[in-house]
Design a binder for this molecule. Structure first.
Ligand code: FES
Length: 84
């Protein structure tokens, strides 16, 4: 098993440690920033908060299907889209 996994986030290639969650990959893609997963109805950025599948703030599309970033492990070639 490779030590790293490559995936796409909003069309950008991102390299993370194998076994990382998509929530962690969002932060890597954001240069260690908040790693927004979506925007709220008032256009505010929303990022993973609880990290355990409760708050629903980390909703993204993974290969076209709605997923929780904190509950999804990155896979090689995965395509993640942040949402509105
Ligand atoms: S961070 Fe709360 S559900 Fe994913």
């Amino acid at each position: 098993m490779s030590a790293h996994t490559l995936l796409h986030i909003d069309g950008h290639l991102v390299r993370v440690k194998t076994g990382s969650s998509v929530a962690a990959a969002l932060r890597v893609a954001d240069g260690g920033g908040m790693g927004a997963a979506r925007t709220s109805v008032t256009r505010q950025p929303r990022a993973p908060f609880c990290g355990m599948g409760v708050c629903q703030e980390c909703r993204v599309l993974v290969d076209g299907r709605r997923r929780l970033a904190c509950q999804t492990v990155c896979a090689e070639g995965m395509r993640v889209e942040t949402t509105e």
